[in-house]
Design a protein around this ligand. Structure first.
Ligand code: ATP
Ligand code: MG
Length: 382
């Protein structure tokens, strides 16, 4: 095969005894993501290499959680004269006649090798310098950096493609991720998945008051998140009947917060069912009723499981940038009807007090509402 890619991972290498667990999962995820390409994946001495013909593999690997860098590399045998020669060829191919400062960095993984890393760097650097008069050595801030890894074979590389980092998907337990049709929650899903957390998306709709199109939009968002995670199953619950009851029985100013408490209870129920260990949302602190500190406190109070809000401190602008980058933004901004806005009253309390909320909620038969709503739970492949 034409190309050899060296895959670098960051934090996994710090995991000590658990390293194999993280590595195994990373390998499985890579295999899953590259299944439409022909490639060979090697795993040797704590390193992963991919041989492939198609360079589109690079962009897929760049989006694989757990990898920090992809380096197209050249392989040669560990003979020092050969190393010098191949290094020179590589530098010429990469730079042409361009002037540049450069540095050679060597890692000697094979401790039996007769030269140490400093000696190798110096010998190779000197040879390049003698043959490429346009170059100058700069060991502190070189414009061009040739890295050499001496193992049973020798690898060298000049180019590096940054990858997304994080931890391999599915190395942590699950979270029930509250997925609306908006901009924020898909980004929240990405942030959690990037730490290895398994995502169980849950969408609340209010069919027939919300349209089939708005549901389809959430399916499409789920598919786009799945680009990073592998196939996802979308959970959905119909809130319409519960919303009607809440609207009828309680002070309308508490509608939003009571609805969110109901969502949180249902998310906990689903989490127990799926053995997920947490709930995650796209909430971030802003002046809407449910996302003030007081609002969040009142919602949080009914959650047995921890609720993660990975976007809590983000500016909207930063969330938009992330949404565009992960490819969900253009779907999120499609016009749609949201279950949260269908029954929305004219006035809301932005700083609810927990005692007042509980008082208001006590007008409802919560057990009955939960049972009735839970019955509408569906789970589908998207
Ligand atoms: P988003 O852009 O994610 O919709 P938002 O800024 O519009 O967020 P809200 O509508 O108040 O904020 O929702 C806050 C969070 O609550 C969402 O990020 C999502 O996690 C959850 N949520 C809201 N509506 C729904 C829904 N219909 N189904 C599932 N989760 C929801
Ligand atoms: Mg929303």
């Amino acid at each position: 095969m034409k190309h050899l890619l060296l895959l670098k991972y960051g934090e996994i290498s710090l995991k000590g005894k658990n390293r194999a667990y993280f590595e195994n999962r990373l390998v499985q995820n890579i295999q899953e993501r590259l299944k439409d390409f022909s490639y060979i994946l090697h795993r040797r001495q704590g390193r992963l290499y991919v041989e492939c013909d198609d360079l589109r593999v690079i962009s897929i690997l760049q989006e694989t959680f757990g990898l920090v860098e992809i380096c197209p590399a050249t392989k040669t045998s560990p003979d020092i004269d050969l190393i010098k020669q191949v290094a020179l060829e590589e530098m010429r191919r990469y730079l042409g006649d361009r002037p540049s400062t450069f540095k050679v960095d060597t890692r000697r993984v094979n401790k039996q090798y007769p030269l140490d890393s400093m000696q190798i760097s110096r010998m190779v650097g000197g040879y390049i310098l003698r043959n490429m008069p346009n170059l100058r050595v700069d060991v502190h801030t070189p414009q061009t950096r040739l890295e050499i890894e001496v193992r049973d074979e020798v690898f060298m590389y000049l180019e590096r493609y940054r990858a997304v980092g994080g931890m391999p998907y599915a190395t942590s337990s699950g979270t029930v991720l509250l997925l609306s049709g908006g901009i924020d929650s898909p980004v929240a899903a990405y942030q959690m998945a990037r730490r290895g957390v398994i995502i169980h998306p849950l969408h609340f709709h209010a069919s027939p008051y919300t349209s089939e199109e708005s549901f389809e939009k959430v399916r499409e968002l789920t598919r786009r998140i799945a680009r990073f995670t592998g196939p996802l199953r979308l959970n959905s619950i119909n809130l319409a009947e519960a919303q009607k009851v809440i609207r009828k029985e309680t002070d309308e100013r508490y509608f939003t917060i009571l609805q969110r408490r109901l969502m949180t209870r249902l998310a906990n129920r689903l989490a127990r069912k799926l053995k997920a260990q947490s709930i995650s949302t796209g909430e971030n602190l802003a002046q809407v009723a449910s996302q003030t500190m007081e609002g969040i406190r009142c919602t949080h109070a009914v959650s047995e499981l921890p609720v993660f809000r990975p976007l809590i401190s983000f500016d909207k602008e930063d969330i938009v940038i992330k949404a565009k980058k992960m490819g969900t933004y253009d779907v999120s901004i499609l016009p749609y009807d949201d279950c949260c806005t269908i029954f929305l009253p004219k006035t809301v309390i932005t700083k609810p007090r927990l005692e007042d909320v509980e008082q208001e909620e006590s007008r409802l038969n919560m057990e009955e509402i939960l049972e009735m709503t839970w019955k509408t739970w569906k789970r589908e492949y998207v």
